[in-house]
Design a binder for this molecule. Structure first.
Ligand SMILES: Cc1ncc(COP(=O)(O)O)c(C=O)c1O
Length: 487
């Protein structure tokens, strides 16, 4: 593990500038009054002054050369390219950069339920490569059928049918198409700030300005409602969600009258954790108005929340459940749409038809992943270590006035930083500084909504590694608090 690499604060002249691109891509001011829909909910941005400063003080010449080459050849886009740093190795809960510095990866794009490069997943992939490396369309293969059988036996309720896809976004697209075919309706209700992927159909139901703005017309009939985020709720429910937002979903379903489906993340990965009755209420509203319920658990399914599927916390069974990310063991891109048998009604429509939909190597990786999850008790590990982490984060909140709220479910944890607990003003500069300070000390995570430290470690993480990460967070908060004296 690295020793600390202190990063001096950027000069005041750089700090006033925003990371949020204006509609024309120029930099504009970011203040506490930045409209909620302009917040980068999916992650911290790659064009910030803090990022540039961190890179100028932390990266060695070979890394800079590789980053420059990356920025020369790849199309630039927000959030990812140009890149932060370069990696040369990843295993277990750790990533290692080109210079050999190791970081506990509390982001991992949420592909790392079984950690990076789990030996059993790697061995299964090697074996499968020697047997059958691709499955031409019109044929099936044993790993794909076995995976479908395993997923349907694990899934809650009557989700007895599967369609595989090479990525989460494409699985979301299949779910939207199936909902249209099954209901004969075309409208969707989804949540502001949600993310369901970056394609045009997925951003139509997604709720992030960064993905939706300046791209012209999106899918018609996509209505958005406020997410269950009590701290920034337009219904002003205050310290706890009073379910007004759930009732508003029913209001919209009734007014529209012909909505095909409500689509949402069961627990938004930032996280927003809805209260226990939330999904029951929306489930029955959907039933009353003939709308399907599609739950997107692409980043949080397969154990992260301390249950195999997050909807099990809420005792609801959706009509469709979408999984992805870690399904391919953090190595292969693979996603799955699970649906009720009664929704097997699109035999004459190509819902997916993706080249790699039954890729045997990806399916072998997924089967090994399911084995590891169960044999290493990783779902239970997420639950017990998640409780431990949440208790420790609450202690941090007692000592750090910057922390406005901590929340978590399993190993999906969020720490909201505020300038002032009374007003809840988002501490966006501070959050970014904490992130880069932690990075310098060997902990990687992302910031969502501008001020939420989002912590999602590998489910294989040990208690000692988790404590090490929380110690780094503690030290980083202290360091940044000293830079930003209380108002
Ligand atoms: C909730 C959610 N849905 C969908 C997606 C899209 O998945 P993919 O990037 O595999 O297409 C993501 C990816 O981050 C996600 O977090």
């Amino acid at each position: 593990m690295n020793s600390s690499h202190p990063v001096p604060a950027p000069s005041p002249s750089t700090l006033g500038e925003s990371q949020f691109p204006s509609p024309r891509g120029a930099l504009g001011p970011a203040t506490a009054t930045t409209p909620a829909d302009a917040l980068p909910s999916e992650g911290d941005l790659n064009l910030s002054a803090h990022r540039a400063h961190w890179q100028s003080t932390q990266l060695d010449p070979p890394t800079r050369a590789l980053l420059d080459a990356d920025a020369t050849y790849f199309l630039h886009q927000s959030l990812s390219t140009p890149c932060l740093n370069a990696l040369r190795h990843a295993s277990g809960a750790w990533i290692e950069d080109l210079a050999g510095r190791r970081y506990l990866d509390f982001h991992g794009n949420n592909v790392h339920q079984v950690g990076f490069a789990h030996p059993r997943v790697v061995a299964a992939i090697r074996r499968q490569l020697d047997e059958l490396s691709f499955c031409t369309r019109r044929y099936t293969c044993a790993p794909a059928v076995e995976l479908a059988r395993r997923l349907t036996s694990l899934a809650p309720g009557n989700l007895d049918r599967v369609l595989l896809a090479p990525g989460g976004t494409t699985a979301i697209g299949m779910a939207l198409k199936l909902a249209r075919v099954a209901t004969g309706r075309f409208k969707f209700v989804s949540m502001w700030d949600a993310f369901h992927g970056a394609s045009l159909d997925a951003i139509s139901v997604g709720g992030e300005a960064l993905f939706r703005q300046n791209l012209g017309p999106l899918l018609p009939g996509c209505e958005h409602v406020p997410p269950p985020d009590h701290r920034h709720c337009p219904f002003r429910c205050g310290h706890a969600c009073n379910l007004a937002c759930a009732d508003y979903v029913e209001y919209v379903l009734a007014k529209e009258g012909d909505v095909a489906a409500v689509i949402a993340e069961t627990v938004r990965c930032t996280p927003y954790i809805p209260p226990p009755e939330y999904w029951q209420r929306i489930r029955s509203a959907c039933d009353r108005h003939g709308a399907l319920l599609i739950l997107d658990e692409i980043p949080i399914g397969l154990g992260r929340t301390g249950r195999m599927f997050a909807c099990q916390h809420y005792d609801v069974v959706p009509d469709m459940l979408v999984l992805g990310k870690g399904l391919g063991g953090g190595i292969f891109p693979l996603a799955a749409l699970l649906a009720r048998d009664e929704l097997n009604v699109a035999a004459h429509t190509a819902l997916g038809h993706y080249t790699h939909e039954k890729n045997p190597v990806a399916c072998a990786a997924a089967l090994a992943t399911l084995d590891v999850l169960s044999e290493e008790n990783l779902v239970e590990n997420a639950r017990t270590l998640g409780e431990h982490a949440l208790a420790r984060l609450r202690h941090l909140a007692d000592r750090h006035p910057l922390i406005g709220e901590v929340r978590g479910i399993g190993l999906l944890l969020g720490v909201e930083l505020v300038r002032d607990r009374a007003t809840g003003t988002r501490a966006m500069d501070e959050a970014e500084r904490v992130m880069y300070e932690a990075l310098s000390r060997g902990l990687s995570f992302k910031v969502t909504m501008g001020n939420l430290l989002t912590l999602t470690p590998a489910l294989t993480i040990s208690r000692a590694e988790l404590d090490q990460a929380l110690d780094i967070l503690d030290a980083s908060l202290s360091h940044v608090a000293a830079e930003f004296p209380a108002p």
